[in-house]
Every structure is written in C-alpha cells, then in structure tokens.
Design a protein around this ligand. Structure first.
Ligand SMILES: N[C@@H](CCC(=O)N[C@@H](CS)C(=O)NCC(=O)O)C(=O)O
Length: 214
C-alpha cells in the first residue's frame, strides 16, 4: 500500500489526482499547516527532512519525494493509461521540458515567497520581496501559456502537466488572474476539474477562487 503525506489543496493534490487516475490503492495522512505547525514538521521530518508535501511512502517502505519524480515513478508502475508520454511519443520532449519547468522554476517561487520571514530578517523587505517573486512567477506562467496546446497541455492526451496546471492555478496569482491572462491554462484546469474520475479528489482539495496561504 502506498502512503501519501498530504495537505488538502497543497501540492500533494497533484499526486492524489494521479493515484486516483491510475486507481492505485493508497492511504492519505493529512498534516497540519507545515508553515505554522512545529508538530507537523516534526512528524514529516524523519521521512522528508525538507518537510514538504507531497511525500510518498512506497509499499516497500522507501520514501519518494519531489512531485516530478513521483509522477515519473507512478507512470512506470501504471504501464497503461499513463499520464506521462512514453519514450518515442512525439510529445514526450515537450512534456519533460515543461514538467521540469514547473518544479524547477515555478514551484520554488512558492518555496521562497510563501513565507519570506524564513529567509529575510529585515521585516520591511519581506512584502516587496514577495511581490517581486510573484511578478516573476506570473512571467513564468505566461511562458507556460505560450507552450500550451488544446484541449490538453501536450495536445490530444491528458497528462500529468494538466494536473499540475489544475492544482497550481488554485494558488497565487489565483484563478481570477489565470482566467484572463492564461486562457488556455484556465480551460485545462476547468477540464481537469470536470472529469468524474477526479471528483473525490477535488472534494478534498478545492481552494477558494481567491486563494489561501499561497
Ligand atoms: N519540489 C517539491 C516542492 C514541494 C513543495 O514546495 N510543497 C509545499 C506545499 S505545495 C510545501 O510542502 N511547503 C512547505 C515548506 O516549504 O515548508 C515538489 O515538487 O514536490
């Protein structure tokens, strides 16, 4: 049995969607807010010293972190109906490029700006720093929009990129920005939300249109 350490609406939702799509049996352990709860961090740290979700424990007890690594591993397990274009598929290079772009460029903007106090001692500098990082993130999202096909990110087939887009567009700058500025990404997010196989996951993970902590 796989065990996913999670928090509703956070990046673990990307993995919950994949586990649902592949119908992989799993249990979910919900954690309190990792930014504010020392107890939640203490619980996760033995498995993942960086105390982030998603953190997945495989049936053999091995710990897998990093959503992109988990994404590739689950596709290996699933064999069919994969959310990762297989080797030889013409969409695979673009899929890999933008998957890594999401986790290497966009995701860290949250790591550093969700709670600037962790990195910036000088209190008055925190909000301007966050504003600049958020503006940078918006520029990155516009690049993702340019690369997006329709109806799905890589074209005709749903992939994990669509799941990242659906979850991460719930975060800053939130759907109210994505709808007018990145209409292709907004349409992908709505199309993912409409798929019946994901209904239960969204029930746990939907955030308000104007966002929460991030
Ligand atoms: N590189 C990681 C990023 C994961 C991540 O930043 N998760 C956030 C929630 S969406 C988190 O747990 N943040 C808590 C923290 O950074 O302290 C991945 O792709 O899985």
């Amino acid at each position: 049995m796989h065990t996913l350490y999670a928090r509703p609406g956070w990046g673990s939702a990307i993995i919950e969607l994949q586990l649902a799509h592949y119908a992989i049996p799993h249990e979910i352990i919900d954690l309190d807010d990792l930014f504010s709860s020392e107890a939640a961090r203490a619980r996760l740290a033995p498995l993942n010293p960086i105390t982030q979700v998603p953190t997945l424990v495989l049936p053999n007890g091995e710990v897998l972190t990093e959503s992109a690594a988990i994404t590739l591993h689950l596709a290996d397990l699933a064999h069919t109906r994969t959310l990762v274009p297989p080797p030889g598929d013409p969409t695979r290079p673009a899929f890999l490029r933008w998957l890594v772009f999401m986790v290497a460029n966009i995701y860290p903007t949250f790591t550093y700006a969700d709670s600037p106090a962790r990195f910036i001692d000088h209190e008055p500098a925190r909000q301007p720093f966050r504003d600049k990082v958020d503006a940078y993130a918006r520029r990155l999202w516009l690049q993702v929009e340019q690369a997006a096909q329709a109806p799905w990110f890589t074209g005709q087939t749903l992939t994990a990129m669509d799941l990242y887009i659906a979850v991460m567009t719930q975060w800053r700058p939130n759907r109210v920005w994505f709808e007018p500025n990145t209409p292709k990404l907004f349409a992908i997010a709505k199309a993912v939300e409409a798929r019946p196989e994901f209904a239960a996951v969204w029930q746990r993970n939907t955030r308000p249109a104007t966002g929460g902590a991030f």
